[in-house]
Design a protein around this ligand. Sequence first.
Ligand code: ZN
Ligand code: ZN
Length: 368
Amino acid sequence: MEEEKKVVSEHKKSCTNCGAELKYKPGTDTVTCEYCGHHETIIPHQDGFQELELKPYLDEMGSQSHSEEIMMLHCKNCGANQHIEEHYKSLHCVYCTMPLIIEDAYKEDWILPGAILPFQFDQKKSHRIFSKWVKGLWFAPNNLKKAALDPQNTKGLYLPYWTFDAQLYANYTGERGEYYYVDVAYTTTENGKTVRRTRQERRTRWSSANGNVNGFVDDTLIKASHQNKNPIPKKLSNWNLDALQPFNTSFLAGFVTEKYTIPLKDGHLSSTKEAEGIAISWAKQHIGGDTQRVHHIDMSLSEETFKHILLPVYISAYRYNGKKYNFFINGQTGAISGNRPYSFWKIFFFVVFILIVVAVIFWFSEKQ
Ligand SMILES: [Zn+2]
Ligand SMILES: [Zn+2]
């Protein structure tokens, strides 16, 4: 293993004109100054994507060449680990809105991201998407609408994921099933008489099958943070990974970055499980026929590499009646999803209104 070199990258960049902080401008490859408009192009990483060989990282966590120190803030309320630029106006947990104390920040090692999907639109646009969505909600409490309409509540967050690549090889034993049809006699009652009829039924003829399959498993995406308290809705996680860019810390400027809390080892276990699923589906394809059974599969992975990647979401966290609600927007596609409270009184009055309408209709129809 090559000797340890710890890169400490400069997260903060100052404007050469006025000294203000430069922030990443979504949808571009520049960092810009909000005050004087000065902008600088982000130079992509020389080496391109950082696919890292998996084995050294599994053997010896914490002493890898491709890691650095990052300032982290841990949320005592929900457990999220987030990196927040110091200039961030409100130091609140992006997930649960609990205040974070800058004095609690501590330095932590992290494996540098190998790639990033930069935000494609700015906070203003995400806020417009939220507003439109919230206004369209039925039976939402009025103060929910008010809170969701406060742009302060919407923040851009980079979520951590692991992706794994590997060469898969598997031996399998199983059975191939071919369908055939037989006529089956049965009796039934027609017009009070018992009659004999026949119907076709499908049967399967099984024959044993075995063989091997191999291929490349590309970009198995595994989430790298515990989101059991703050689950990201499934329908939101449809990122187009073709748009990944080599990592550069400039993309983080002005956004919150969550640190992975699921260790690489555990992420690797999940990806191996997914690879097993892939091996089984490949084996079934290989067996052919109308239907298949796989009794035993012996899978091995080689040339395994991984990347730590960051994917963009806008989050709006909101408390209502002591309960926490989150809305999420995919920072690439603009897809929105979230859980939401219902207004008891709005539903109550709506039900009363419906009952009155029904009563009036009933009363009129009775009179005729
Ligand atoms: Zn400036
Ligand atoms: Zn929190």
